[in-house]
Ligand binder design. Sequence first.
Ligand SMILES: *[C@@H]1O[C@H](CO)[C@@H](O)[C@H](O)[C@H]1NC(C)=O
Ligand SMILES: *[C@@H]1O[C@H](CO)[C@@H](O)[C@H](O)[C@H]1NC(C)=O
Ligand SMILES: *[C@@H]1O[C@H](CO)[C@@H](O)[C@H](O)[C@H]1NC(C)=O
Ligand SMILES: *[C@@H]1O[C@H](CO)[C@@H](O)[C@H](O)[C@H]1NC(C)=O
Ligand SMILES: *[C@@H]1O[C@H](CO)[C@@H](O)[C@H](O)[C@H]1NC(C)=O
Ligand SMILES: *[C@@H]1O[C@H](CO)[C@@H](O)[C@H](O)[C@H]1NC(C)=O
Ligand SMILES: *[C@@H]1O[C@H](CO)[C@@H](O)[C@H](O)[C@H]1NC(C)=O
Ligand SMILES: *[C@@H]1O[C@H](CO)[C@@H](O)[C@H](O)[C@H]1NC(C)=O
Length: 548
Amino acid sequence: MTKEKKVQSTTINSNCYPLIRSLNFIRPISQFIFFLFLSLPFQSLPSSSSSSSSDRKFKDPPPLPILPIPSAFQLRWQLDDMAIFLHFGTNTFTDSEWGSGRADPSVFNPTQLDAAQWVRVAKDSGFKRLVLTAKHHDGFCLWPTEYTDYSVRSSPWRNGSGDIVGELAQAARDAGIGLGIYLSPWDRHEPCYGETLDYNEFYIGQMTELLTKYGDIREVFLDGAKGENEKDMEYFFDSWFSLIHQLQPGAVIFTDAGPDVRWIGDEAGIAGSTCWSLFNRSYVTIGGYDTEYLIRGDPVGHDWVPAECDVSIRPGWFWHPSEVPKSASTLLDIYYKSAGRNCQLLLNVPPNSSGLISAEDIQVLKEFNELKKSIFSLNLAANALLTASSTRGRLQDSRFDPYNVLKEGIYTYWAPEENQYEWVLYLNLTKVVSFNVLRVQEPIHMGQRVMEFHLEILNANDEWKKVINGTTVGYQRLLRFPTVKSQHLRFVIDESRADPLISNLGIYMDEFSIFSNIVYNNTRRHTHLNGSQYLRHIPFNHSQVATM
Ligand SMILES: *[C@@H]1O[C@H](CO)[C@@H](O)[C@H](O)[C@H]1NC(C)=O
Ligand SMILES: *[C@@H]1O[C@H](CO)[C@@H](O)[C@H](O)[C@H]1NC(C)=O
Ligand SMILES: *[C@@H]1O[C@H](CO)[C@@H](O)[C@H](O)[C@H]1NC(C)=O
Ligand SMILES: *[C@@H]1O[C@H](CO)[C@@H](O)[C@H](O)[C@H]1NC(C)=O
Ligand SMILES: *[C@@H]1O[C@H](CO)[C@@H](O)[C@H](O)[C@H]1NC(C)=O
Ligand SMILES: *[C@@H]1O[C@H](CO)[C@@H](O)[C@H](O)[C@H]1NC(C)=O
Ligand SMILES: *[C@@H]1O[C@H](CO)[C@@H](O)[C@H](O)[C@H]1NC(C)=O
Ligand SMILES: *[C@@H]1O[C@H](CO)[C@@H](O)[C@H](O)[C@H]1NC(C)=O
């Protein structure tokens, strides 16, 4: 009884207003509070006399995060926005995509190799991480592994004493940029492939080398690709994933099914216009994917598994002398449809047979970066007068203020009062502006919430007119529409899983995007390989993943 009294007086006195406000929010708590509230006049009179001073003593806490939420490393990964994929190996010298595993190591001789150039190109064009194919399906290793001689050790490059993973790790560290590795499960060279125990030991041995000798690794990228009529075998994914997390706790693991990051489901780099980071790992198998599920995620999923969009700057994943890179405006379009749809863009830029990124690719990346900068460096709403339908917290508390949406980064946000019937942000600009891009971000560390939103402008006839609507937001949503002109805007959230929180709102002018339909060859996975090869699905036991 005394204990209850104590709870009563501190709770009521310090926080009376927010408690009333939340009456209907969480029912069991509100009932308890309601009881306290009713009993206040009878039991708490002495302490209530000091309530006006203590009212100002404590701040309103932030709203509850809504599960699932990202881990610290998933969050760090997502903030990277864009990464470079580097497909490099014997295929670069044999003009192939899937090496047979029989190419002579003597073909591998990138005489001008300079990993610092790869890092420089990535960094200068706004990419935050590099992911290298340390071993592709052909089994040739770009580091001097102890477990096979099918590696740089047997090549003429640096007289067999080179280590590409080591050189890239060093260059990335020097430039302060993250490193990820791809280690193909399917190995067409290794004789023990197909013998389940032996090959799993071999694979874990190689993985351990990569995760212990090269410093901080930020991402481990695995796929379920495998040719037809190849030896059958089981991969011990549960052991692999546990070991990876043990050796590199900061690394996210990418596969079709997570655990940390999922494949988007196509190799065109394009996410669904609705894209949740919410997902059920147990619904998907590695290699046995449901493309629609990967592309959209799951609004009621219980795992946080954001998507990565892999796509190559060229038609193939490896460098081929006959191929040319996509244009900068195509890359910009892909950016809108990947990084602009709550995903990370993983753009493959394959080094050429000299061991350098080709000049024409560098040129395209430079143009792409300039386009992006020229569009997004100026938020036309930067000096707007901002008001909201409601704002959480008290007047002098700026933590939930609508102006937070004009600050960069996801950690400052606008929060509405609880239990509202409408969620609107009003922007009065200092003058009439023309724009055709909307950028919205949610503070995803609090969970992904928004399910439907739209933007309206006040037109010349003083009528509110809808400009664009969308569904999910997540880390970042970019939307393009035909150019409009206005001074008064309102951003309306129509539906949300919980009280919506908005960390960033911007309007921009994009003079470069072509609104005609850019047609991609809508590739299914691995159709970049020639038509006589195709994927075989690898069964994956999910009760094993679930224990991670
Ligand atoms: C490689 O070996 C050749 C001859 O054995 C030698 O001339 C050359 O300097 C060596 N190169 C390197 C990078 O060690
Ligand atoms: C994902 O899990 C939730 C329960 O946590 C369930 O309601 C939903 O149906 C699942 N999604 C799929 C596609 O199975
Ligand atoms: C590779 O790219 C570099 C430019 O970065 C260029 O000098 C070199 O000639 C290219 N090599 C080939 C084989 O195209
Ligand atoms: C913003 O503009 C609208 C439309 O002119 C006006 O009704 C509203 O009062 C303005 N808001 C503020 C805070 O000045
Ligand atoms: C936008 O609104 C229209 C009309 O209400 C609706 O048919 C459409 O599905 C909405 N689109 C999105 C992406 O929400
Ligand atoms: C799409 O594929 C077809 C045939 O595979 C090819 O002829 C065409 O050039 C491709 N288009 C683009 C835009 O790559
Ligand atoms: C396609 O791949 C198969 C098997 O690797 C090979 O025999 C064939 O020559 C390839 N065809 C083309 C057109 O590259
Ligand atoms: C999956 O793994 C669990 C636990 O390791 C095991 O009990 C189950 O039999 C496996 N299921 C299949 C289909 O292999």
